[in-house]
Design a protein around this ligand. Structure first.
Ligand SMILES: Cc1cc2nc3c(=O)[nH]c(=O)nc-3n(C[C@H](O)[C@H](O)[C@H](O)COP(=O)(O)OP(=O)(O)OC[C@H]3O[C@@H](n4cnc5c(N)ncnc54)[C@H](O)[C@@H]3O)c2cc1C
Length: 480
């Protein structure tokens, strides 16, 4: 089946691609959407779907005074000005409207919204929103208008097709090579391509290439292989943000030896939610972080300084008995099995045995336990400045769980200008090629840090904006 020439090919029917397609079809463009997976929605299937926007109807109804300028200032404070100012100024003023748009689509908003959350560094104003089913609530809201758009005569959706490479002629993208599930390939001519292919959080190879060889621990969708970024790079686009990686603090791998983090059952490590009773030690057994630091950014930066992004969370049976659950999402049976057979879960009697079982240095481990114990007894301040020191960890039965700094979104992506056009290293534009969503690099907006809602909301917002904008731009070129 050969596919005729298009105005616009959108690669990826995920967070950014779906709203882009809705607007581009409404603008009258002849649109083809290519999706390699068997379902639409991309990362919305696993994302918490936390979004941020200022000046929303919900904020006004609750008497919360907020505007885009305050949101921008808060973002710059949180990421120390490491995001791209021009792209932030493009998206942030529209993000409140994105939330209102979702509400108009019947978005299943959690009644606690808007709120200040502490999973990432906290905003000063309540402007984070999420659905009762996380990212799935967003998907539920945008699916009917997406399906309606795809039912239009000027639209077509190709599921189970993988975009392979871009066709470049005289410096301009004029087509795209697409592979069907049976391996057959065809080239589709188009006036423009939008890459909405997401990040590379499931590609250990690309992650290593972008971070100078670091090991990947991840909760990303398996489809997040960075193909769009590599397609753009192959035709000369510059890749930026490689040095901006910051891990999310922290998770446990599912299968022994695997790099996939158990995402739905994360340990409770946010001190504003559960104060820590454990010590977090580096692979040698040394303290490296103030476990109850209220700044998640400070804890993530400390974890980032550990070369393999891995820590031992150490406690004893008294802590296990007295403290609120560290792994609240795990059933008693799951925990029993983990302590019995999962290599990330270690039980040992005595410090020497714990060191031998975990690979920590016994002297360093003893030193860490002793310094903390002295703080618990009020003899001297905790060496890391920790404030919550409920009881010494002294065994005889010790427990340790190996945890890893992990990837939710990836920082590097295609360099763009403020019209979302892909750019080369010299700043020149690759005509006919646009990039939205995580493929522009998570650090473009968040910098070296995590800013609440600043992945999903810009993906939706800039996706919608670009779809409408291309309707105008491509129509103008047709007239001209
Ligand atoms: C566990 C988790 C929790 C998160 N929580 C939050 C949060 O609360 N708030 C927040 O702001 N961000 C969060 N994020 C990040 C955020 O969800 C993502 O950055 C965002 O959803 C990515 O949107 P996207 O459109 O760029 O990519 P996606 O939504 O991943 O869509 C990309 C689509 O492109 C398709 N595709 C890829 N390559 C090809 C190809 N070659 N050909 C055809 N199709 C292709 C994929 O199959 C996919 O459907 C989270 C991420 C994870 C993993």
């Amino acid at each position: 089946m050969s596919i005729e020439s298009q105005d616009l090919v959108i690669v990826g029917a995920g967070t950014a691609g779906m709203p882009c397609a809705i607007e581009a079809v409404a603008a009258g463009l002849k649109v083809l959407v290519i999706e390699k997976a068997s379902q639409v929605g991309g990362t919305l299937h696993v994302s918490l779907g936390q979004m941020s926007g200022a000046g929303t109807t919900l904020q006004r109804d609750r008497g919360i005074v907020d505007d885009a300028q305050s949101h921008l200032e808060d973002i710059n404070r949180i990421n120390r000005g490491t995001g791209r100012g021009d792209i932030l100024r493009r998206t942030v003023p529209m993000q409140g409207q994105t939330i209102d748009w979702l509400m108009s689509l019947g978005f299943d908003m959690d009644p606690a919204c808007p709120a200040v959350l502490h999973l990432h560094e906290a905003y000063r104003t309540a402007r984070t929103y999420w659905g009762r089913r996380g990212g799935l609530s967003v998907l539920q809201a945008i699916t009917p208008p997406f399906e309606a758009a795809m039912a239009q005569p000027n639209a077509r959706l190709l599921m189970g097709h993988r975009a392979q490479r871009l066709v470049l002629q005289h410096g301009r993208v004029t087509g795209i090579v697409v592979e069907a599930a049976d391996g057959s390939q065809q080239t589709i001519a188009t006036r423009a391509v939008v890459l909405a292919t997401g990040g590379y959080g499931a590609s250990a190879g690309m992650f290593a290439r972008m971070t100078g060889g670091r090991k990947l621990y991840t909760a990303a969708m398996p489809e997040s292989q960075g193909e769009g970024i590599e397609m753009a790079e192959a035709i000369g686009a510059q890749i930026v943000g490689q040095d901006q990686f910051l891990p999310t603090y922290a998770g446990v791998v599912g299968e022994p030896g695997d790099n996939r983090i158990i995402w739905r059952q994360m340990p409770s490590l946010t001190p504003q939610v559960r104060k820590p009773w454990e010590l977090h030690l580096d692979p040698q057994g040394r303290r490296f972080v103030r476990e109850d630091d209220p700044s998640v950014d400070a804890r993530e930066q400390a974890l980032d300084r550990l070369p393999d992004l891995s820590l031992w969370c150490v406690f004893d049976d008294q802590v296990l008995e007295e403290a609120p659950p560290l792994l609240p999402g795990w059933t008693a049976e799951e925990l029993r099995q983990a302590w019995h057979s999962h290599p990330s879960f270690v039980v040992a009697t005595g410090v020497e045995a714990l060191a031998a079982a975990t690979g920590m240095d016994a002297a360093a481990l003893s030193h860490s336990l002793a310094g903390y114990a002295a703080a618990c007894r009020g003899e001297r301040p905790d060496p890391m400045g920790r404030q919550h020191c409920p009881r010494p960890i002294q065994g005889p039965v010790f427990r340790a769980i190996k945890m890893h700094g992990m990837v939710l979104k990836t920082p590097a992506g295609v360099r763009i200008n403020d019209s979302m056009q892909a750019c080369r290293a010299d700043g020149s534009v690759i005509e006919g090629l646009y990039v939205i969503g995580e493929a522009i690099g998570g650090s473009t907006l968040s910098g070296k840090g995590f800013v609440s809602g600043m992945s999903v909301t810009p993906a939706l917002t800039l996706g919608r904006w670009l779809g409408g904008e291309l309707g105008v731009r491509l129509a103008q070129r047709r007239v001209a």
